[in-house]
Each structure stands twice: as C-alpha cells, then as structure tokens.
Design a protein around this ligand. Structure first.
Ligand code: NAD
Length: 306
C-alpha cells in the first residue's frame, strides 16, 4: 500500500497499521481482526464482572435448515462466545418447519431467564417470513437489533440494541478518531441489515449521509463525494478507484465468492492507493460484526439484570 515506515496509532497500537508516504498522507489498512480482539477483551472483562454478581450471559442462536454458509456463521459466533465466557446454545429446526414452529421456539427462548440474547440466523428457508420471526423476539433479547422497537429507537436517536455490522463500522470510525459531525458519508446498499441502520447511526452523529442502491442513476457521482464510503451491495469490485475521493475512509462490507476466493465489493488493490484507510475482505468488517454481537449480548444481559 505504501512504501513508508510503519507508525503505531496512539489509540490502538495493534489494531491499525499506519504508514506515511512522502506526501505525508496517512494510509491505513484497518485490521478488523485486531479491532475485534480489543472488543472481545473488553467484553470478557464485562463478563467477569457479571460473574462476580452470579450472572452468566446466555446467547441462543436459531438456525432453520442446513444452509452451509449459515452453519459456518453459527460456528464462528459460538466459538467467539466461548472465547469471552458467554454461554451459548444453538437451536436447529428442520427445513420443513412452519412459521408456527419457529415462533413457538422463539417464544420458549423469550421465557427462559438463562437466555439473554436471541439471534435468528438469516436467510430463512422459503416460505418463512423473517419479519414475523424477528418481531416475535423480545426487544430486550434482540441482540441483532432488527426488532421494530429497537429500529424505531435507533431512528429516534435513542440507540439501544442496534444491528451489529453498522455498530462495528461506527466503532472503527471512532477508533480511527474520525470526526463524524459534518462528515460527508456515502453508503452503497440500503438493506435493513446494513445500509438503513448505518444511515441512521451516522445521522445520529450529525454526519451528512447519502444512501445509494441499485436504482441510483449515477453511482460514481455520489461515491466521489464521500469522505467516508461504506459499500454493502454484494457485487464484487463494484467500487473502482476512479469512483473514490482521494483520502476517503472506505469500509467494504461485501462478502462474495469469486472462484475459490472471498472478495468484497471494492476493487481493493487499486482503491487502497487512493483511500486514506480501507478494510480488507476477509479480515475487515466481518470479525467486527461478530465482536459486536458479543458486546450486545452483554449489553442485553446487563440491562435485564439491573
Ligand atoms: P442486500 O443483499 O439485502 O441488498 C443489497 C443492497 O445493495 C441493496 O440496497 C441494493 O439496492 C444494493 N445494490 C445491489 N447492486 C447494486 C449496484 N450495482 N449498485 C448500487 N447498489 C447496489 O444487502 P446486505 O444484506 O446488506 O448485504 C450486502 C453485502 O454485504 C453482501 O455481500 C453480504 O454478504 C455482506 N454482508 C456482510 C456482513 C459482514 O459482517 N461483513 C454483514 C452483512 C452483510
């Protein structure tokens, strides 16, 4: 990325690799794994504090069917729970489950005092409505932040449990020391999981936000404005160097399989030369998302306990 010598960041000596080139432009590859490790360490400390009061946070994941990618994400989440001392269990329902079966299982988890957080792994098999299932999770146990009560609170500027990927991105921006007030932020992708909640979180911090999507007429026209560019479209190499403002901070949320490689939505090899900071795929936003799930499970446990 840059031939200059490495600097360490005052805020986090191991999370962010900083180089300076001869024009004194700061270039960074944002190390999502290291940032996630910091969040995990803090979460583990909070879990220990709760243990002193006899409280053990519990997370239940609910998986319907046998989607291999979902099974892999579930395994990652459970091993992350084990690392920080959160008790976790995976509820697996057959592909043939009805909406009634799924909601009955979620309601059973809602009633259990040893379960503080419930995560419904998406996507669901055809015929099952994610919205209905999400709405059956108690808002105080909704560690993914998708329940309308939590989404509504987010829109009103009273963030409670919020979606984990946007929360991870805000966390990384704060660690970079980026001033969000007045910053020009552009989001590519307007999903309920990433784009919409992230737009609300940035607005809550007084950034100026543009949200683009598949019907945006001239994507580059918008992305070139971005001091902070977040891309969550699921389209490999959608964002090319000429679409990026020099010095932008770029978050690549996309996860795409191309041949035997996992790539993001940003043409990393070229964009890294123009961005001041950029997340790689893999090893960027993904690990942060999992770390935020752990942190939110502890948030949920604490607010249920006090
Ligand atoms: P989605 O798949 O629900 O929606 C895609 C969004 O991108 C839509 O708003 C669509 O309009 C927009 N889009 C699609 N093609 C476009 C184009 N050519 N130009 C402009 N906009 C376009 O979105 P999602 O669930 O947020 O997922 C997006 C990507 O992020 C996927 O690759 C997904 O796997 C990944 N993802 C990663 C994480 C993580 O933790 N790293 C978390 C969530 C999603």
């Amino acid at each position: 990325m840059c031939a200059g010598r490495s600097w360490s960041c005052a805020r986090s000596s191991h999370s962010i690799r900083i180089c300076r080139d001869r024009h004194d432009v700061i270039d960074m590859i944002i190390d999502g794994k290291a940032l996630a490790a910091d969040v995990e360490a803090e979460t583990a400390r909070r879990v220990k504090k709760l243990a002193q009061k006899g409280i053990l946070p519990g997370l239940a994941t609910v998986l319907v069917g046998e989607n291999p990618a979902s099974q892999m994400y579930i395994r990652l989440k459970h091993s992350a729970c084990a690392r920080v001392g959160i008790r976790s269990e995976n509820v697996v329902l057959p592909d043939s489950s009805t909406e009634v079966d799924l909601i009955a299982k979620i309601q059973e988890l809602n009633r259990r005092p040893d379960i503080n957080g419930i995560l419904l792994q998406l996507p669901l098999p055809k015929g099952l409505s994610p919205q209905k299932a999400m709405m059956s999770i108690l808002p105080e146990k909704d560690v993914d932040g998708f329940h309308p009560v939590n989404m509504g609170a987010l829109l009103l500027g009273a963030e409670r449990l919020v979606p984990c990927t946007p929360r991870g991105i805000i966390f990384a921006l704060e660690r970079l020391g980026k001033k969000l007030e007045g910053a020009e932020a552009v989001i590519v992708g307007h999903s309920n999981v990433v784009g919409k909640p992230l737009a609300a979180m940035l607005l809550n911090r007084n950034a100026t936000v543009q949200v683009c999507h598949v019907f945006t007429r001239d994507l580059a026209e918008h992305t070139k404005d971005a001091e902070i560019l977040i891309v969550a479209a699921g389209v490999p190499a959608l964002i090319k160097k000429e679409m990026v403002r020099p010095g932008a901070i770029v978050f690549d949320v996309g996860i795409n399989r191309v041949g035997d490689k996992t790539v993001g939505d940003v043409d990393f090899d070229n964009v890294k030369d123009i961005a001041s900071a950029i997340t790689p795929v893999p090893g960027g936003v993904g690990p942060l998302t999992v770390a935020m799930l752990l942190s939110q499970t502890v948030n949920a446990t604490e607010s249920q306990a006090w």
